[in-house]
Design a protein around this ligand. Structure first.
Ligand code: A2H
Length: 253
């Protein structure tokens, strides 16, 4: 926990019916994986969502129609931020593990890929955000390496029952140009730093440091409603629009 509160945008990634047996009790409701992001302007480039296979999640009633799948810790925080049907009291409809969520088809706001899938990431922290992360491999080194690991390692796919069609069709999409790093900044920096896997913590921290600030201060949007605009200016506009149309909510911790 930092000293400063962190403000996240929670992206509502809708689970596409029909639901698998573990989620059958939720039939008739709108069910979302709620992904915490600091980069709402990158949502055009989503290729999948990430869950922790051994993580504990629950399906929580947010209001009369919507259900969010998040960690219990996040559900409690949400309940104190007016995001629970019963104020200050989370209602869990179904307990789930990350493994139950792998392979769910999702429709996610602004994504150029119409349907994306939920996949395993081993470095997700359960004490940050919602425990659900949306994947933008063009601009996030963690996402790029985790997707690269799954694409290049058949044994890893087999271990988590990941089908080829949930990953192989999904390529890195150029969405932001950074003068020094080009149109796929995360891919470039991971290659330059010779990062081998999602587990190379120190190198990935360096990759994030290199791309994060530059992306914000010098990046230009290559796609979407604000194409040509600086990331710095587009970011609040995109975030506010997503919240206004009900496809995202703000969350702080
Ligand atoms: B970001 P901070 Cl394009 N465990 O969103 C691990 N990582 C998590 C997480 C968790 N429980 N919850 C959120 N995150 C990720 C987009 C993105 C992000 C881009 C580039 C950089 C980036 C797409 N993934 O983050 O420690 C989420 O990934 C770089 C730090 O609170 C979230 O934003 O600063 C970010 O980490 C929040 O990390």
């Amino acid at each position: 926990e930092g000293v400063q509160p962190q403000d996240y945008t929670l992206i509502k990634m809708e689970v596409v019916p029909p639901f698998p047996s573990k989620l059958k009790a939720l039939e008739g409701r709108r069910v979302f994986l709620a992904a915490a992001t600091l980069r709402p302007e990158t949502m055009y480039g989503q290729t999948n969502s990430w869950v922790l296979p051994d993580g504990k999640y629950g399906a929580y009633e947010i209001n009369d129609t919507d259900v969010f799948i998040v960690t219990e810790r996040a559900a409690l925080n949400l309940a104190y931020q007016n995001l629970s049907r019963i104020p200050e009291k989370p209602t869990c409809l179904v307990e789930l593990s990350g493994n139950d969520l792998i392979g769910l088809p999702l429709k996610s706001p602004l994504s150029l890929n119409e349907i994306i899938y939920s996949l395993p990431m081993l470095t997700i922290l359960t004490d940050k955000g919602t425990g659900i992360v949306t994947s933008v491999p063009s601009d996030s080194p963690d996402d790029y390496m985790a997707l690269h690991d799954l694409k290049s390692k058949p044994a890893l796919r087999a271990k988590f029952n990941v089908k080829d069609e949930w990953i192989m069709p999904f390529e890195v999409i150029p969405i932001i140009n950074i003068p020094e790093f080009g149109d796929k900044s995360a891919e470039k920096v991971c290659i330059d730093l010779k990062i081998k896997s999602q587990n190379e913590k120190d190198k990935l921290a360096e990759a994030k440091r290199l791309t994060y600030l530059r992306g914000f201060t010098e990046g230009t949007m290559l796609v979407g409603e604000y194409v040509g605009m600086k990331v710095q200016e587009a970011k609040p506009l995109i975030r506010n629009r997503l919240v206004q149309i009900g496809q995202a909510v703000m969350y702080s911790e």
